[in-house]
Design a protein around this ligand. Structure first.
Ligand code: PMP
Length: 407
């Protein structure tokens, strides 16, 4: 069982007030708050271990290099990757997907080849492929969603053709909360000899991810969504695939030798890490992962599941309410509309009650189109949230509703 009172002491921001109301932070799918350990790690690194890493012969550079490489090993253990060099540090999920879109298309795709994505993708798993479609003439095939907000696996099976080269889908939807049946999705792709990229931005903070067990080729996530710092993320790739792909960017760190005639690229993982890496961010991310490990990802998942169950039960007492995403396997994301009250109005009024939710299209405009709405209100939970906060939120929604009742 999680000790929420103790956990709150680790996150000073949770005790803040906004507009003189206690903050209720339900925008965790956008970004999470950071425990003291993570912030302290950043401060400590700058004060005590700051020097540019790799190639430095001096003490500080070697200490910083060792801390960065240990952070890579922490991520490796967290994802259960086979090798540390299968962990590439990127700026985030977005850059990780762009890296694969660019390098994979260059190495493995010809005009007319196809990538399968889904209707519930974040723009960061749509637009990079469209850019490649314009550059290289590749085509996108889209798995539709069902009424409940699940992927239609029947249609998915039928999307494969001779030209399918990659499947790239979200592990967990940032709007619907749906936890996709990724093992099955991967198995089906493998029956066609097609590799899979999973966008794990909304999955790693809430469910156990084991890349070997999934047998997934590529996996992307962002540190800031798992209680770590902004500006850093991870691309996991199976060694044999990363070896096949060309670098995404050129510069320092990613080379073995350079002459004006020819450059030999560095080995993994450095081939994909051009320029000075975020060695402060990597160690802070490792600290965040250690924090999550101490609580236990299974305990976190069970607690958040109970929060979602409670919030869903309570929100259904409000009429009229429309909930978007009612898959049986969901993470702690609740997207809804309160009657015909505009999502911005709901969000702004809740804000004045101290309640932070997200409104709009959530970087998933094609999904909004499929749902037939312009946007939704989204409450998203983390392990530091409580049922008492959900009660405040529900009372807030009732107030919003009463403000819009005809007098
Ligand atoms: N994919 C999903 C499912 C997301 O929720 C997000 C962030 N909202 C991203 C990708 C992009 O993450 P980042 O902005 O950290 O690169």
């Amino acid at each position: 069982m999680l000790d929420i009172e103790r956990i709150w002491k680790d996150f000073p921001i949770l005790g803040h007030t906004v507009y003189d109301k206690p903050l209720v932070y339900f925008d965790n799918a956008a970004t999470t708050q950071k425990p003291k350990e993570v912030v302290e790690k950043i401060r400590d690194n700058y004060y005590n271990v700051n020097a540019n890493i790799h190639r430095g012969v001096h003490f500080l550079s070697q200490a910083a290099t060792e801390a960065h490489e240990e952070a890579r090993r922490e991520v490796q253990r967290f994802l259960n990757a086979r090798h540390a060099h299968e962990i590439i540090f990127t700026r985030g999920t977005t850059e990780a997907i762009n890296l694969i879109a660019s390098s994979f298309t260059d190495a493995c795709m010809s005009p007319g080849d196809e990538v399968i994505i889904s209707e519930m993708e974040h723009h960061s798993n749509i637009v990079p492929w469209q850019i490649q479609a314009a550059r290289k003439g590749i085509a996108l095939k889209v798995i539709p969603i069902t009424e409940k907000g699940e992927l239609s696996l029947e249609t998915y099976r039928n999307l494969f053709s001779e030209r399918t080269r990659l499947v790239s889908v979200a592990h967990v939807s940032n709007v619907l909360g749906t936890i996709n049946p990724v093992k099955e999705i991967i198995e089906i792709a493998h029956q066609h000899n097609v590799p899979v990229l999973l966008d794990g931005a909304q999955a790693v903070p809430h469910t156990k991810v084991d890349v070997q067990d999934l047998d997934v080729e590529f996996y992307a996530f962002s540190a800031h969504k798992i209680y770590g710092p902004t500006g850093i993320g991870v691309l996991y790739g199976k060694e044999e695939w990363l070896d096949k792909l060309p670098p995404y960017q050129g510069g320092g760190e990613m080379i073995a030798t350079v002459t004006f005639g020819k450059t030999v690229f560095n080995e993994l993982p450095f081939k994909f890490e051009a320029g000075t890496p975020d060695y402060i961010g990597s160690t802070a991310l490792a600290e965040a992962l250690r924090y999550v490990n101490r609580l236990g990802i299974e305990e976190i998942a069970a607690y958040e599941h109970e929060l979602l169950r409670y919030a869903t039960e309570r929100i259904k007492t409000i009429h009229p309410i429309r909930i978007f995403g009612e898959a049986p396997h969901k993470s702690g994301v609740l997207s809804f509309l309160l009657g015909d009250i505009h999502h911005y109005d709901t969000g702004m009024l809740l804000d004045h009650m101290g309640i932070a939710v997200r409104t709009g299209h959530h970087c998933a405009q094609p999904l909004m189109k499929a749902l037939g709405v312009e946007g939704t209100v989204r409450a998203s939970f983390a392990f530091y949230n409580t049922k008492a906060e959900i009660d405040t939120f529900i009372a807030g929604l009732e107030r919003v509703q009463s403000m819009f009742k005809p007098k």
